[in-house]
Design a protein around this ligand. Structure first.
Ligand SMILES: *[C@@H]1O[C@H](CO)[C@@H](O)[C@H](O)[C@H]1NC(C)=O
Ligand SMILES: *[C@@H]1O[C@H](CO)[C@@H](O)[C@H](O)[C@H]1NC(C)=O
Ligand SMILES: *[C@@H]1O[C@H](CO)[C@@H](O)[C@H](O)[C@H]1NC(C)=O
Ligand SMILES: [Fe+2]
Length: 477
């Protein structure tokens, strides 16, 4: 009896201490030797203009509807408008079907944009490879993409997460590492080109170079766009005061399909995930369109169909870096309680040029009279992940607050990207890959258990269903 008791005491001690060890946050001391944080020169091959008269360039695709049976193809032509038609089909060199798009052009200061084409292709089959052709004559170009599986609770799918990319050699390294990851769709957490670091006509020019730079990925798989501060392009000194003008002319999102009134916030469902995109730089307080839309969209989330609930935004709500410290507080005070109530699995953000992952923590009990407010461990809270480390010309944010706050699980100031590999309704495998000087090095990784299906009650239900299926199968055998 005594031995058993002793054993129990020892066992619980080991258990407790391992929990404590597991929860100590890590600040990685890794310091990476980096390429200089300067943009790749204009004459570099990554920005090469495709050959031929009026050849389509800056090709990019995104999801075109709520559930993944449509794609929007976008591109730019420079010599003349040319056709806005996309020809497509399921076998190479056979483009049986075509869709008609739109073309537009705009100015930014004295810069005149090329002709920007957007074409929606609808009624696609799920889980099918499509080849597509754009442009005309000798200068037409061909690409392909794969549609996602039908929206169902247990379909596996692999997302990549990239933020704050820019167009430096570090950006190129991130993109090349991402291309090796085998992920199927990019969740982009804002700050695309950093063209606003330039002045006058060079702003438009650097939006063009970024479009050509990213094409190696964006032409072949959807990038789910969310906007950052570098998309605002508010430049009164040259008379440009319409926010998001470059971004909105060049990039489209399927916002109408999720009943949003703005391309800057919207939602899609893809495979087994419901993805909500928010705009950190659009009004979000009570009664604003974004607030009202999010409130309704959260009620449309059906965890029986899409077990995974993912939110994207640019400014992190939890950030222990000195860079952009507390900038997410305003949105956190408005939306955090909803994210907990609706059992959001993970929130990806960018903005801070470093990597950070939180434990499940919340900070929603604010008493303005007593001033009482501090984050507490909270199993129902989302995991917050900052991946603002795509590699733009502003360089790394390497000063973290000291000591590391309790909510912070892992942080490192290195360039990289993440992947989220959904296995089924309960398990997803998460990785953060540091770009270690030309090598793809997975550093931070863990199994993400689904917030909704992980609860005891639903796990029991799932087990019961599973047993019933076994019984059914046994009976029918
Ligand atoms: C759009 O292109 C047409 C034809 O090249 C040109 O005449 C017009 O000025 C352009 N519009 C803008 C806003 O740049
Ligand atoms: C807020 O703090 C004040 C002062 O400590 C206290 O009297 C009040 O009950 C608190 N309110 C809530 C809602 O906890
Ligand atoms: C879900 O995936 C995980 C990881 O691959 C696996 O261990 C688990 O058994 C799977 N669950 C079901 C219900 O298939
Ligand atoms: Fe930013």
């Amino acid at each position: 009896m005594r031995v058993v008791l002793l054993y129990l005491v020892l066992a619980s001690f080991v258990l407790l201490s391992s929990i404590k060890d597991g929860s100590a946050g890590i600040t990685s001391s890794f310091i990476r030797s980096e390429f200089p944080s300067t943009d790749i020169p204009l004459d570099h091959e990554v920005f090469a203009v495709p050959k031929g008269y009026n050849a389509p360039q800056q090709v990019h695709i995104t999801q075109g509807d709520y559930d993944g049976k449509a794609v929007i193809v976008s591109w730019v032509t420079t010599d003349e408008p040319g056709p806005s038609k996309v020809q497509f089909g399921t076998s190479e060199n056979k483009f049986q079907t075509s869709a008609e798009g739109t073309v537009s052009n705009y100015t930014f200061y004295k810069y005149k944009s090329g002709y920007v084409h957007h074409c929606l292709i609808e009624g696609l089959e799920y889980k099918t490879k499509y080849y597509y052709r754009i442009g005309s004559g000798d200068a037409s170009r061909e690409f392909w993409f794969e549609t996602p599986p039908k929206v169902e609770p247990d379909v596996p799918y692999k997302f990549g997460i990239i933020g704050d990319l820019g167009q430096t050699f570090n950006s190129l390294s991130t993109l090349e590492h991402y291309l090796q990851s085998g992920a199927q769709t990019v969740l982009f957490v804002g700050d695309l080109s950093y063209a606003d670091r330039y002045k006058y006509n060079d702003v438009g020019l650097r939006w063009d170079t970024w479009g050509r730079f990213a094409e190696r990925s964006t032409a072949y798989q959807p990038w789910i766009w969310s906007v950052g501060n570098h998309e605002v392009d508010y430049m009164p000194y040259m008379g440009e005061v319409t926010p998001f003008k470059n971004f909105l002319n060049r990039y489209t999102t399927p916002y109408l399909a999720s009943q949003s009134s703005s391309p800057l916030w919207y939602a899609i469902r893809r495979a087994s995930a419901h993805i909500i995109v928010l705009s950190s730089y659009s009004p979000f307080v009570k009664y604003t369109p974004q607030y009202t839309w999010l409130k309704e969209e959260l009620t449309r989330v059906d965890r029986e169909k899409t077990p995974w609930l993912i939110v994207l935004m640019h400014v992190p709500l939890y950030n222990s870096n000195e860079a952009h410290y507390m900038e997410g507080e305003s949105m956190r005070s408005v939306f955090e309680s909803w994210f907990i109530h609706y059992e959001v699995d993970v929130i990806f953000a960018g903005h801070v040029h470093a990597y950070e992952r939180s434990y499940r923590f919340s900070n929603t009990d604010y008493n303005i009279t007593s001033g009482h407010r501090f984050p507490i461990a909270d199993k129902s809270a989302p995991v917050y992940i900052t991946v603002g480390d795509g590699g733009n010309q502003e360089g790394l944010a390497s000063r973290f607050t000291d000591p590391q706050p309790e909510y912070s699980a892992f942080r490192e100031a290195s360039y990289g990207h993440s992947t989220l590999e959904i296995k089924n309704r309960t398990h997803a495998i998460y990785h953060w890959n540091r770009n270690d000087d030309g090598k793809k090095v997975p550093i931070d990784s863990f199994i993400l258990y689904n917030q909704y299906w992980g609860s005891n009650r639903r796990r029991r239900k799932l087990k019961k269903n599973f047993l019933m299926t076994l019984v059914d199968e046994a009976v029918s055998m």
